[in-house]
Design a protein around this ligand. Structure first.
Ligand code: ZN
Length: 357
């Protein structure tokens, strides 16, 4: 009885208090444009969006605010913002920019209490609402660390249509990789906790992009669906308490590329590459594979997702593949049996994924 009652308990989840995804969201948000201008605000940006921040958030360029330019997603920037928040008694941090700025601020929010508002200017990954921050250590290695969920998310879809296309393509890649991660959740069923809610959320998130009409990536409808999908994806990880619903074997390959510091790919591109390879390897192993529309969408939107396009040689790819299962030892994915898979099968999957016409 005790056990059953335990299972029937509802769970407490951290959730952003407010979300706005719309065209002109910044100027129409009463909260952003007037209310917080009377508070002590730290506006975190990166140099690339300095002018954009001035034009979109003029209220935050007053004497009550401090503007901090995030130079890198590293511990030094985390420390600097944390120190400024303490010295200046900051009440609200507004993170305006791409993944680098958002990740640093989300990480600081785990150490210090303030209200965190994120305003992404590009949709390159599901970091907007996820409880994970990617921070580089002193050796330049990428670490995925726990992060606070923002209190307020404002996505100005019009602003995001103007982001470099490659960033938007990467965002689609990260979202579509959910399908590959979900295959691994299915694979691990019975051996790892299967959280149906986070599974459902991660799937619905990716469906946003798979079922969309074929419009360009700068189209407002596409950007809105991508933003909604990425935000749902981040929340799926929040529900799960880990990144499993959005991070399976394909992410392990990407983590291995990061670990070995190979290539020039963005996170979303690397996981799209991983998604393709895992699909063809699963096919060779007679495991369930992806809906062909997933691969078609990666191709149609021209997401860089081959080793050659990301500056990785075939040999380097296999070097990363071989250490991929060690990147998250507690994560059960179909790559757990990698050592038993004959080299010819691994090669065949590579040819089918990246070399076949
Ligand atoms: Zn990801």
């Amino acid at each position: 009885m005790q056990n059953l009652l335990g299972k029937l308990n509802t769970r407490q989840l951290e959730f952003p208090a407010q979300l706005i995804v719309q065209k002109g969201a910044i100027s129409t948000s009463e909260f952003l444009s007037s209310q917080i201008s009377s508070r002590r605000v730290l506006l975190a940006i990166d140099d690339g969006v300095r002018e954009l921040a001035k034009a979109n958030l003029p209220h935050l360029h007053n004497s009550n605010s401090i503007i901090y330019s995030v130079t890198a997603a590293d511990f030094d920037n985390v420390r600097q913002i944390d120190m400024l928040c303490a010295q200046k008694h900051i009440e609200t941090v507004v993170a305006f920019g791409g993944g680098k700025v958002l990740d640093v601020c989300k990480r600081v929010a785990t150490i210090r209490k303030f209200e965190l508002i994120v305003v992404p200017t590009a949709l390159s990954s599901d970091c907007i609402s996820s409880p994970v921050a990617v921070i580089f250590d002193e050796q330049g290695k990428k670490l995925s660390l726990p992060a606070a969920i923002p209190n307020f998310i404002v996505v100005d879809t019009e602003l995001c249509t103007k982001a470099p296309e490659r960033l938007t393509q990467a965002g689609v890649g990260d979202l579509l990789s959910n399908y590959s991660a979900l295959l691994d959740m299915d694979y691990a069923k019975g051996r790892a906790n299967f959280d149906g809610f986070s599974y459902l959320l991660a799937k619905s998130a990716a469906n946003e992009i798979l079922n969309m009409e074929h419009k360009p990536l700068t189209d407002l409808t596409t950007i809105t669906q991508l933003a909604e999908g990425l935000i749902l994806s981040g929340l799926a990880m929040g529900f799960s308490g880990d990144s499993r619903p959005c991070s399976g074997a394909e992410h392990l390959i990407s983590h291995a590329l990061d670990y070995l510091q190979l290539g020039t790919g963005l996170h979303g591109e690397q996981v799209a590459l991983g998604t393709k390879y895992c699909h063809f390897l699963r096919e060779q192993l007679d495991l369930p594979t992806l809906d062909p529309r997933v691969l078609n969408t990666i191709e149609r939107l021209k997401i860089k997702s081959t080793p050659a396009a990301l500056g990785i040689s075939k040999e380097e790819f296999f070097k990363a593949l071989l250490i991929a299962p060690q990147m998250r030892r507690d994560r059960i994915t179909f790559l757990e049996s990698l050592e038993q898979i004959p080299v010819e099968i691994l090669e065949k999957a590579y040819v089918n994924a990246f070399e076949a016409l």
